[in-house]
Design a protein around this ligand. Structure first.
Ligand code: C2O
Ligand code: CU
Ligand code: CU
Length: 464
């Protein structure tokens, strides 16, 4: 198998300014992987879904016997999985039980600006926000997290994030593993700077301001050193890079190949075989891994750039056999000749000066205006430079899903040929993507390195 995926020089994780926390915990793989609960739909009416979320203050032990302060949705860290179907009318009551303001943004959801949960949709402590929307996009793995102006990095780091699954008939009929928590497993990957007492705090040093906050301990679903028992068969993993800033290059310790079946906004047309997956903050990828060649008791680790952070233990448990279909979803390509215009977005600057098109975020300024139901090409370039030669920035826009037209004039890799809402742009690179603006309102576009977003690498577009 040919490894696919953009894999250019990645400066973000290292460089001469690299300062690792000296409390990195050696990998043991001794903690069972927590599976976030599915959030109960409290509506009994078909095609209607109602959910309750509470953003709350909590405590959690990342290391046994050592407690640290956290935030969580309906729990002490991260949140439950919200699962809806295409066509559902959804109502979510979000209660802010924190002692500070927050917002809840549905990352990847095609929704109007009022219900998108960006920085304008502030929820005061003690108050409830009740967004309503109808799901009108294909089966996909989306997610939700706070988006308070200048505070997104801190609130996400403390634990506020959760997954949002969309199902539809197409994905139901594909015979893919889809039993939640059994053969269809969420993997929310994040990194933390844990001190010797198992605590973490959101404090930015010089390196964090430049590169975004990165820690030496990688968590999956909030667990340090996780393991998962897997049957000798095919498993589906839904990966979310929920980290503030770290870009992962994921490989199995045995170089095991796997298939990517979905990107940010849904299933790909064909499964893409690979041995390495690059995933930047905000991105999702669904993969199928086949453990059938292993023997009982075998283990294989998931690694990031050679560092193990999760273990799979193969058991003799029987499971039904899945054949990965050659044809997944049908994706109608948006015709570039339908684009009304091409808009340019240029990432520039470093540290506290990071910006887009020379401007930093201003809540009172709309940067781009567009007409509803029009199609545009967005040309995103990364002109960030610096003493280390610049860094890669993941570009994300709210309320829409893109199709990537090209990277520096060449076809995107096969695993980027489907729907994308977060696009990693390497230093010096230019990515062209196309989207149709179907919903009215004010939306954000920004770098998904949360410290860059909070510093002002964000702008606003208005559809009317
Ligand atoms: Cu994942 Cu503007 O957000
Ligand atoms: Cu978003
Ligand atoms: Cu950035």
């Amino acid at each position: 198998l040919v490894p696919v995926g953009v894999s250019k020089f990645l400066n973000n994780n290292g460089g001469m300014m690299n300062e690792t926390d000296n409390n990195e915990i050696p990998f043991s793989g001794g903690t069972p992987l927590p599976i976030p609960p599915l959030l109960k739909n409290t509506s009994s009416i078909p095609n209607k879904a109602e959910f309750q979320l509470s953003a709350q203050i909590a405590k959690k032990e990342f290391i046994e016997g050592k407690e640290t302060d956290t935030y969580g949705y309906n729990g002490n860290y991260l949140g439950p999985v919200i699962r809806v179907r295409k066509g559902d009318e959804v109502s979510i009551k979000v209660k802010n039980n924190l002692k500070e303001e927050t917002t809840v943004h549905w990352h990847g959801l095609e929704v109007d600006g009022e219900n998108d949960g960006g920085p304008h949709s502030r929820i005061m402590p003690g108050e409830t926000w009740n967004p309503k929307f109808t799901i009108n996009q294909p089966a996909s793995t989306l997610w939700f997290h706070p988006h308070l102006i200048h505070k997104t990095g801190e609130q996400v780091y403390k634990g506020l994030a959760g997954l949002f699954y969309v199902d539809d008939d197409v994905s139901d009929n594909l015979n893919l593993p889809n039993e939640y928590g059994v053969n269809d497993i969420p993997l929310v990957i994040q990194d933390k700077k844990l001190d010797a007492n198992g605590r973490f705090e959101y404090k930015l040093g010089m390196h964090d301001v430049m590169m975004g906050l990165q820690g030496g301990t990688i968590l999956v679903n909030g667990a340090v050193n996780p393991y998962l028992e897997v049957p000798k068969g095919k498993m589906r993993f839904r990966l979310l890079n929920g980290s503030n800033a770290r870009i992962y290059e994921l490989l199995f310790s045995n170089n095991q190949s796997f298939y990517q079946i979905a990107s940010d906004g849904g299933l790909l047309e064909q499964p893409v075989g690979m041995t390495k997956l690059v995933i930047s903050p905000g991105e999702r990828a669904e993969i199928i891994v086949d453990f059938s060649e292993f023997k009982d008791g075998d283990t294989v680790e998931l690694t990031n750039q050679g560092t193990e952070f999760m273990k799979f233990m193969v058991t003799d448990k029987k499971q039904k056999d899945f054949i990965t279909p050659n044809q997944l979803a049908k994706i109608v390509k948006i015709d570039p000749s339908k684009a009304l215009k091409t808009r340019e977005f240029i990432f520039q600057g470093m540290g506290i000066n990071v910006n887009i098109n020379g401007k930093q975020m201003d809540m009172d300024r709309i940067d781009e205006y567009m007409d509803i139901n029009t199609t545009e090409i967005w040309e995103i370039s990364n002109e960030s430079t610096g003493m280390m030669g610049g860094m890669a920035h993941p570009f994300h826009a709210h309320g829409i899903q893109f199709q990537i037209l090209d990277r520096d004039g060449s076809q995107p890799p096969a695993n980027e040929s489907g729907w994308k809402d977060t696009l990693l742009v390497y230093p010096g690179e230019k990515v062209r993507a196309i989207a149709t603006f179907k919903y009215p309102g004010i939306f954000m576009y920004h770098c998904h390195i949360l410290e860059h977003e909070d510093a002002g690498m964000m702008g606003q577009y208005k559809v009317e």
